[in-house]
Design a protein around this ligand. Structure first.
Ligand code: BT5
Length: 238
């Protein structure tokens, strides 16, 4: 079933996630998309700021989907795949985006997109930022844009491709479940068996990347066994 998205465009807004949450509280239906040219209070996870000047894509989708709450995190993986496909479609060279758990999209180890999934009542709010023209100065790690990699795209083109890819992948997820998404996500992620470092629950752990379990949790193989990590960050660069 193709999704119908209804885009509401704003010139400037605090955070598209906040506006989508406000609309969801008022009863806005599935498929409403809040898109803003810039954000004055763009948010990442854990109260981090998201650099949001004009020139990039910032949108949040209201999703009303009848699945148990514990399955909602799967939507972040659906979204990351859709972003990766979008980035790939917009780059002239066959540069291949890499997915970093949980929901980052990287090009040459540099972050080009971020995804913020939140719940508002029974609605999921899926926020996506994609750097088209502008990357933040002085971020903790390498960041990049579509244009810096030779991509040619307007923000609206990027938005339309992203919504089309997301619609298709959401349909796959609805029909085939997380299994199909997990396979596609792993095909684009860091290689299985590679060494990674993970920040989780205030500690850094190193181990082998053993993929995802059936819920999307990270599997980290350490000398004391395979750990299942529900939330955290994989360290890149240093
Ligand atoms: C994320 O958080 O990656 C989720 C970002 C979600 C942003 C979208 S934009 C539309 C919607 N409305 C919102 O208010 N938010 C969503 P996290 O994994 O916590 O990463 C945040 C970190 O990424 C920051 O601490 C910076 O180091 C870095 N960062 C900030 N802005 C960036 C940018 N534009 N590009 C790349 N990295 C950035």
């Amino acid at each position: 079933m193709a999704e119908t998205f209804n885009v509401r465009h704003y010139d400037s807004i605090g955070s598209t996630n906040d506006e989508a949450r406000r609309l969801a509280r008022e009863g806005a239906p599935h498929g409403i998309v809040v898109h803003s040219d810039e954000q004055t209070a763009g948010r990442g996870r854990l109260l981090r700021a998201w650099f949001s000047p004009p020139g990039n894509l910032y949108l949040s989708i209201i999703l009303r989907i009848d699945v148990p709450l514990q399955r909602m995190a799967e939507l972040g993986f659906v979204a990351a795949l859709a972003v990766a496909e979008t980035v790939e479609a917009l780059l002239p060279k066959r540069l291949r985006p890499v997915l970093k758990w949980p929901n980052d999209v990287l090009l040459d180890d540099a972050k080009i997109s971020g995804i913020l999934l939140e719940m508002e009542g029974d609605a999921a709010i899926l926020g996506i930022g994609l750097n088209v023209l502008e990357a933040p100065p002085g971020a903790r790690y390498k960041t990049t844009t579509l244009v810096a990699n030779g991509g040619i795209a307007s923000v609206d083109t990027a938005r339309d491709i992203l919504l089309e890819r997301f619609s298709r992948l959401l349909d796959t997820w609805r029909r085939e479940g997380f299994v199909a998404i997990r396979v596609a996500w792993l095909a684009r992620s860091y290689p299985l068996g590679g060494t990674i470092r993970v920040n989780a629950s205030g500690a850094t752990r190193e181990g082998r990347f053993n993929g995802l379990d059936e819920t999307g949790a990270l599997l980290l193989e350490t000398p004391s066994g395979v750990e299942r990590i529900l939330a955290g960050d994989i360290c890149i660069g240093t």
